[in-house]
Ligand binder design. Structure first.
Ligand code: IPE
Length: 264
């Protein structure tokens, strides 16, 4: 198998998370990202798996129906179905845009491949992903609501999918596109002196994650804590950068450092 890169596009990059009520797509950003990926795939031999977050398409309904609550063992069936349907709509809009740019996307609903236990992946039927990569497709997955052995259903975040697949397929590179410039030394919203950390050794991550615990508002800047916890399990180099800035995605794909690089 050729080299594999896994890309996670955060929900805050492709949707407006804060706009209350209706889920809204950031169409311009999606078009830009699709162009950058299509330009890259055109000249470089590297297999790519794309994973996207759900932003306002997933989190609003997941919250409404308490799908993140592992103690709640009687999940609202209609709530589960409505949340999944909303996420599928986002996935379909994203696929439309990337296909238009010439990227051979192949969307796969994670709920039909994954089974969880207490909110963690216990089983992942990933064979079809491998076959699709061999055939030259870009498999696309996303954060989803999946069956759970202990609580009927639970949320499987796109970040967890990335972490799992990166180790399964021995990915060489992993990219997280977020709505902030990388991993900061302090909460950038609280401390004006906060700077993006250019490089972090993986073994330093636990201390950084523990620090975020004490700065709750930092966590609201795109749930960096959860993201870093998943990144801590990834074995290869990981870039975390701002996917809202035009050109960043292509630069990162070409190997340039944008944002924070987590190394072994
Ligand atoms: C969450 O997915 C899935 C649902 C809420 C159904 P993610 O955790 O991958 O989404 P973002 O990146 O935070 O938006």
């Amino acid at each position: 198998m050729e080299k594999i890169a896994i890309v996670k596009i955060g929900g805050s990059v492709i949707t407006y998370k804060a706009k209350s009520g209706t889920p809204t797509l950031r169409k311009k950003v999606l078009v830009q990202l699709a162009r950058e990926l299509s330009f890259y795939s055109g000249f470089k031999k590297e297999k790519i798996i794309l994973v996207h977050g759900t932003g306002s398409f997933g989190h609003l309904l997941a919250k409404k129906y308490q799908l993140g609550n592992l103690q709640e063992k009687q999940k609202d069936k209609l709530g589960v179905a409505l949340t999944r349907q909303s996420v599928q709509k986002l996935n379909s809009s994203l696929a439309d845009i990337f296909l238009e740019s010439g990227c051979p996307l192949f969307p796969l609903p994670p709920a039909s491949l994954i089974r969880q236990k207490n909110g963690r992946i216990e089983f992942f039927d990933a064979e079809v992903i491998e076959l699709l990569l061999t055939l030259g497709f870009i498999p696309v997955l996303h954060g989803d609501v999946v069956v759970d052995k202990n609580s009927q259903f639970s949320i499987c975040s796109g970040d967890q999918i990335v972490s799992y697949l990166s180790n399964l397929f021995l990915a060489e590179r992993v990219f997280f596109l977020t709505d902030v410039d990388g991993v900061f030394s302090y909460d950038p919203k609280q401390n004006p002196k906060a700077k993006v950390i250019k490089e972090i050794k993986r073994k330093k991550l636990p201390a950084i994650i523990a620090g975020i615990n004490n700065q709750s508002s930092f966590d609201t800047t795109n749930s960096m804590k959860g993201k870093l916890s998943e990144i801590a399990d990834i074995k290869c180099d990981v870039d975390v950068f701002n996917g809202l800035i035009k050109g960043n995605f292509l630069k990162a794909l070409k190997g340039k450092r944008v944002g924070t690089r987590i190394i072994s």
